[in-house]
Design a protein around this ligand. Structure first.
Ligand code: THU
Length: 142
């Protein structure tokens, strides 16, 4: 697994914690924050945004991916993801987010989960979603 410096992880954890405070989660009351690190050190954040039509909810991880892609980042430009959920359990990303993350994170890219115990759990993208569904990319924007 690629190693991320401890100071960078701490920055990501702070950013994800702050993003979780912006979560719109009135139905689940389960706020999630995500921090996605680009290769040049920029950090993109996301939080979960729920909807009264529950299926329209967007998870924090996908929100962060969309922010990075909207800023011109693509597959291979992203070095690590960290999610934060308040409480005593370090949660792993849901299945839908694993599929979306696998589109942009390389198999050995680390994915971290932090909570309030001080522990940080780590996986590689490939550990979270081995044998992910892929299609050949027909064209890449310049
Ligand atoms: N959620 C995330 O933001 N990320 C995940 O990986 C799992 C679930 C959100 C969706 C919903 O707003 C709330 O957590 C409870 O499922």
């Amino acid at each position: 697994m690629i190693t991320i410096p401890r100071e960078t992880l701490e920055i990501m954890e702070d950013e994800a914690r702050e993003a979780s405070r912006n979560a719109y989660a009135p139905y689940s009351e389960f706020p999630v924050g995500a921090a996605l690190l680009a290769e040049d050190g920029e950090v993109y954040v996301g939080c979960n945004v729920e909807n009264a039509s529950f299926g329209l909810t967007v998870c924090a991880e996908r929100c962060a991916v969309h922010a990075a892609v909207s800023d011109g980042r693509g597959r291979g430009d992203l070095s690590a993801l960290l999610i934060y959920v308040p409480g005593e359990t370090c949660h792993s990303p849901c299945g839908a987010c694993r599929q979306v993350l696998s589109e942009f994170l390389l198999p050995d890219t680390p994915v971290y989960s932090a909570c309030d115990t001080g522990e940080i759990v780590a996986w590689t993208m490939d550990e979270l979603l081995p044998d992910s569904f892929e299609l050949p990319v027909a064209s890449q924007p310049e």
